[in-house]
Design a protein around this ligand. Structure first.
Ligand SMILES: *Cc1c(COP(=O)(O)O)cnc(C)c1O
Length: 234
């Protein structure tokens, strides 16, 4: 178990890394939201981080997330669903989260929108399209050739407010290689904004091992698990 001093140390170290990278990029750290990627971590531990000022939590597993939401004071937290979306869980995801990061196909988008409208009528869920930047290695995320069709689809759905892109690249060996992938996402966002005349403002990219590279390339949301909360309990 982490002591209070260790918790403070971890939280302020991550804040410091974000500030340093933002400064290096000539950006304001206020443009970057820290999301605690909190899968497998206990509600009690998360509560201690919330007390220090952490405000956003990203969960991968629906049941685990709902249990934590019941325990923690809802008004303290902005909840993000950052895991893969199973179609049959889209109803509860639409009801329990403010942001959903992994939209990657039409059927899921349609269901999220419909269920959101049924439950929370006046507040569309913030949606990000997960893009597949490692076509050989991973099956999740939409391929770059299909993204325009998915954007068009989501724009037609009143229950989702499309905000930008999310990516989960395979680990790279060097910062230079990390930056190349993140730069591709940034260019794609610019391209979509001009193609569809949009103001998409969100890039969810960067984790413990590559948050600096992501911020240098324009990330607005970093999802940090291990380096914030410590190793995940097994
Ligand atoms: C677990 C997870 C993270 C955080 O990963 P760390 O390497 O522990 O920082 C970020 N994004 C997603 C989608 C995750 O599942």
């Amino acid at each position: 178990m982490l002591t209070q001093a260790q918790i403070e140390d971890r939280y302020f170290q991550i804040e410091h890394r974000i500030q340093t990278a933002a400064q290096q990029a000539g950006r304001s750290s206020g443009e970057i939201t820290l999301i605690g990627a909190s899968k497998k971590q206990t509600a009690a531990l998360l509560g201690q981080f919330l007390a220090l000022g952490l405000h956003d939590l990203g969960e991968n597993y629906l049941q685990e997330a709902i249990e934590k939401q019941d325990t923690l004071n809802a008004s303290d937290v902005c909840w993000h669903f950052i895991g893969g979306i199973q179609s049959r869980k889209s109803k509860q995801i639409a009801e329990h989260f403010e942001w959903v990061h992994g939209i990657d196909r039409n059927t899921v988008a349609e269901k999220l929108s419909r269920h959101r409208l049924e439950s929370i009528q006046d507040k569309p869920i913030n949606g990000l399209i997960q893009i597949n930047v490692d076509a050989q290695e991973s099956k999740s995320g939409v391929s770059l050739s299909e993204i325009s069709l998915l954007v068009e689809k989501i724009l037609s759905l009143p229950g989702i407010h499309l905000r930008g892109l999310m990516l989960l690249p395979a680990p790279r060996d060097t910062v230079e290689e990390q930056r190349q992938v993140f730069a591709r996402a940034r260019n794609l966002l610019d391209q979509l904004n001009s193609e569809f005349d949009l103001v998409l403002d969100t890039l969810s990219m960067g984790m413990s091992g590559d948050l600096e590279a992501a911020i240098l390339e324009g990330s607005t949301m970093v999802r940090i698990g291990t380096d914030l909360f410590g190793p995940r309990p097994v």
